[in-house]
Ligand binder design. Structure first.
Ligand SMILES: CC(C)(COP(=O)(O)OP(=O)(O)OC[C@H]1O[C@@H](n2cnc3c(N)ncnc32)[C@H](O)[C@@H]1OP(=O)(O)O)[C@@H](O)C(=O)NCCC(=O)NCCS
Length: 209
């Protein structure tokens, strides 16, 4: 099943998830790419990365767009020509896009021990106290996703995950939480939504009003 899930967040955002079961050739033959995308695809070393990139183009089709509607700024942030916001993520066998009326960030991350091992480098590990190893891994992955997603909204060089983005304490089971960016004498609040998708964690961040 290529389209794994489509869901809406209120009336402003639609999220599209693709489970990659196709070969590179199947995906490649089924999309039309502009020259600059073709050149990017050719430069990618890993076939997994190439398939993730092509699956994003399939999701664009599902959302009513194509590769020609998508362009990137100098830092790699994707944009849509019609002025809607888009955020993109891929991890192993899944790709995801979110199309929204609001600036947003999305991150999909496979559950892997390394994320927990590296936790002290990017988060307040007191937020993992009193959890089983499995819960700690899920929570650390959510927190990693929070930081990636907020970074994708802001798209500013110099933001450090550990020193500038702070998640508030939260219960995994609630599926929602909030976080704060403290950067260059400004404080900004973000609302976060997270859920498990297969053996991955999906995180979506919006600026709080
Ligand atoms: C840009 C970044 C957020 C991408 O995240 P990732 O986990 O490597 O990869 P993902 O699959 O989740 O996301 C990749 C997509 O993010 C989007 N993206 C890339 N740069 C972006 C930016 N500056 N702003 C918003 N979105 C961006 C792109 O759409 C990209 O996919 P595509 O090029 O195939 O379209 C990440 O690599 C990064 O640079 N983070 C900030 C640096 C940092 O502080 N790192 C860790 C410190 S401990």
């Amino acid at each position: 099943m290529p389209v794994y899930q489509i869901f809406s967040i209120e009336s402003h955002t639609k999220v599209y998830v693709w489970n990659i079961s196709e070969s590179f050739n199947e995906l490649f033959r089924s999309v039309v790419l502009k020259d600059v995308s073709l050149a990017r695809l050719e430069k990618m070393k890993a076939e997994g990365h190439q398939k993730g990139f092509l699956a994003v183009r399939k999701l664009l089709e599902v959302a009513g767009y194509d590769d020609f509607d998508l362009y990137y700024d100098d830092f790699g942030k994707p944009n849509l020509k019609d002025g809607k916001h888009i955020s993109i993520s891929h991890s192993n066998d899944f790709s995801v896009i979110a199309v929204s009326d609001c600036n947003l960030g999305i991150d999909l991350e496979i559950l892997k021990d390394k994320t927990l091992k590296l936790a002290p480098r990017y988060m307040d590990v007191s937020h993992l106290e009193n959890l089983s190893k499995e819960e700690a891994l899920e929570k650390a992955t959510v927190i990693w996703g929070i930081k990636e997603s907020i970074f994708k909204i802001k798209n500013i060089e110099g933001i450090s995950f550990k020193n500038h983005i702070f998640e508030k304490k939260f219960e995994l089971s609630v599926g929602k939480c909030s976080a704060e960016l403290r950067f260059e004498n400004q404080v900004e609040q973000f609302n976060i939504q997270h859920q498990k998708v297969d053996s991955y964690i999906l995180v979506i961040a919006f600026r709080a009003n």
